[in-house]
Design a protein around this ligand. Structure first.
Ligand SMILES: Nc1ncnc2c1ncn2[C@@H]1O[C@H](COP(=O)(O)OP(=O)(O)OP(=O)(O)O)[C@@H](O)[C@H]1O
Ligand SMILES: [Mg+2]
Length: 455
């Protein structure tokens, strides 16, 4: 599809230059020589409306700010408008942004700056269209965002297994979306008419966990004053989500194994066997094979749980998903009720792309939520993006690195990129300051940044 851009400027010469450049880039172009003509384009009955307007602020009749104000009255979302202001009129530019313009370009401009800004607008538009479409398709708040190849694989598996009753083990670091995947699985499964019952196996001591899972008979233990149904019973015809399954004691693991094998169990203190038809989804952020070797997890239970494995990759291994996730969270965490989503500057986005995300998607979501507040719902600048507790990140584990088969080169490259990233962070992203901090000259720093592919 070809986008149509309206160029609004009272100078014929400027319109000519812009038209030529934008036509070269493959856009359809139309022109307006006054503010009234721009308004006529938007308010007239003729469709389609322009996809984007490049608008001079100073025009005869209604000027650019008045056009923005008028359009603002009829829509509260961001306007598809990039304004052009004379160099040095920062306050006008800020006013235009407040009124909902997408960006501004100072005159005189380089053509390249114009085409890059235009391209950025359409990229951004494309992202938000996709988020809107995904939300509409899923019809719910719980949606899985991300289209990196690894996430595509995850979706395929979710789609394939949703209609079976196979047990699924979801693994991944903290905050990678294990619970979300379990929810999406349930919603798309043949069990979706039934309940989704969640149990956090790490939250309770052994006896309480067993009574929580299997229920108990009256008098089974001190305090069991009445019979109580367990989560497995409640999850009949639905899904039970066993979160942090790696934290179960060996004795509870044995009981769980029996449920998985025979689909029946007894309440604590009871003798009647109870049958259930329940889809089991388990999650863990532990490396279960390693736990098996250490004698903490039953191998037979592992195979029963791991019929279908869904492994969620850490966010730092799928950075290409970050822009779409950011768009999603900006949409989700509005500054006030009914306010338009906040927006993010290129500098802030670069910071997000460079971060290591030890807390994965949850950390990204929290970072965005915080940044929206810091920016008061306006444009998120680089210093609105903060990472509390960054100092206490993953320690360096040389023994583990060698055991994992990490080569010396890969290890050093990883260290170097973490070191440089932290230096840049402490230097407020100034390369000159960062170079001073770590005792190399800026030229070398630039070289190393390029080599470690961090920017
Ligand atoms: N792919 C994704 N798309 C959209 N939101 C996501 C995605 N992955 C995670 N989230 C969001 O990030 C937050 C953390 O996800 P979730 O609770 O599922 O992680 P988890 O793997 O269960 O973490 P933990 O191991 O700490 O329990 C949630 O708010 C979830 O909605
Ligand atoms: Mg979880």
């Amino acid at each position: 599809m070809t986008y149509r851009i309206l160029i609004a400027d009272d100078s014929d010469a400027i319109r000519d230059v812009l038209r030529e450049a934008l036509v070269d880039e493959g856009y359809d172009v139309s022109e307006a020589a006054s503010g009234d003509e721009v308004l006529a384009e938007f308010n007239g009955n003729e469709d389609p409306k322009p996809d984007l307007v490049l608008m001079d602020i100073r025009m005869p009749g209604k000027d650019g700010l008045e056009v923005l104000r008028t359009l603002r009255l009829s829509r509260d979302a961001e306007l598809p408008i990039i304004v052009m202001t004379a160099f040095g009129s920062a306050s006008t530019a800020i006013e235009a942004m407040k009124l909902g313009a997408f960006d501004y370009i100072a005159k005189p401009f380089e053509l390249e700056e114009v085409t890059v800004t235009v391209e950025r607008f359409f990229e951004r538009q494309d992202l938000s269209d996709r988020v809107v479409r995904l939300i509409a398709e899923s019809n719910r708040d719980e949606i899985l965002i991300g289209d990196s190849p690894v996430m595509q694989d995850v979706y395929k598996t979710v789609g394939r297994v949703a209609r079976s009753d196979a047990t699924v083990l979801v693994s991944g670091e903290t905050g990678t979306g294990k619970e979300l995947v379990a929810t999406v699985l349930h919603r798309n499964s043949t069990y979706s008419a039934g309940p989704l019952i969640k149990v956090n196996c790490a939250a309770l001591p052994e006896t309480l966990l067993e009574s929580e899972l299997f229920g108990h008979e009256k008098g089974a233990f001190t305090g069991a004053v009445a019979q109580r149904k367990g989560r497995f019973e409640l999850a009949n015809k639905g899904t039970i989500f066993l979160d942090e399954v790696g934290e179960m004691t060996l004795s509870t693991q044995k009981k769980l194994l029996r449920v998985l094998q025979e689909r029946e169990f007894e309440r604590v203190g009871g003798t009647n066997s109870i049958k259930v038809d329940t889809r089991v989804v388990a999650a863990t952020n532990k490396d279960l094979p390693r736990e098996i070797d250490a004698g903490n997890f039953r191998e037979d239970l592992y195979y029963r749980l791991n019929v279908i494995a869904i492994e969620l990759p850490p966010l730092r291994e799928r950075r290409s998903d970050i822009p779409l996730l950011v768009e999603h969270f900006l949409n989700k965490h509005r500054y006030g009720r009914g306010s338009a989503p906040a927006r993010i500057s290129q500098e802030a986005m670069s910071r997000l792309l460079a971060h290591d995300w030890p807390g994965n998607v949850r950390e990204l979501e929290n970072t965005i939520e915080r940044a929206v507040i810091m920016a008061r719902g306006g444009i998120i600048a680089a210093d609105h993006v903060t990472f509390p507790g960054q100092e206490t990140r993953r320690p360096v584990d040389v023994t583990q690195a060698i055991a994992d088969g990490t080569t010396l080169d890969a290890f050093l490259k990883d260290m170097e990129s973490r070191y440089l990233r932290e230096a840049l962070r402490q230097a407020g992203d100034s390369q000159t300051v960062a170079a001073g901090l770590i005792g190399i000259d800026p030229e070398e720093l630039r070289h190393r940044i390029e080599r470690t592919e961090l920017s």
